[in-house]
Write a protein that binds this ligand. Sequence first.
Ligand code: GTP
Ligand code: MG
Length: 148
Amino acid sequence: NERTYIMVKPDGVQRGLVGNIIGRFEQRGFKLIALKLVHATPEHLEKHYADLKGKPFFPGLIQYMASGPVVAMVWQGLDAVKTGRSMLGATNPLASAPGTIRGDFALAVGRNICHGSDSVENAEKEIALWFPEGIVQYTHDQAKWIFE
Ligand code: GTP
Ligand code: MG
């Protein structure tokens, strides 16, 4: 069963969107397997966004992400990585469809509320980076109503 790393960014936390974002993943049928509020250090965030090092917006991105706590989560379910990305919407909220998280709540690419892993490989790396303590195991009783 596929897992993805989803994060509410500092602007999403400050704007009171944590419950709404968690609710969307719950309602869609995904299983919550990890969750915490963390104020990440710039060093930790530079590891998370290592692929973007060198981009002109990188320093601003790290400063934004370190400006307050984030909500770090792991969600599991069918095609979790791809479906998670489609629920977030396009990176630039001006291009995000209404009905997506960014399309409903954001306008600026540098304040786009949420993060979602872009591949299964990166999801596993991000889960290891944000949850080195490991992940709780439990049976999701709803699963029999969500899957054939
Ligand atoms: P994440 O889920 O946060 O990884 O976003 P993404 O995968 O949709 O986009 P990407 O990984 O390419 O960029 C990471 C983050 O950097 C974006 O979510 C934006 O917050 C920020 N970012 C990307 N491109 C730009 C840009 O052109 N300008 C600014 N200011 N920020 C950008
Ligand atoms: Mg990305």
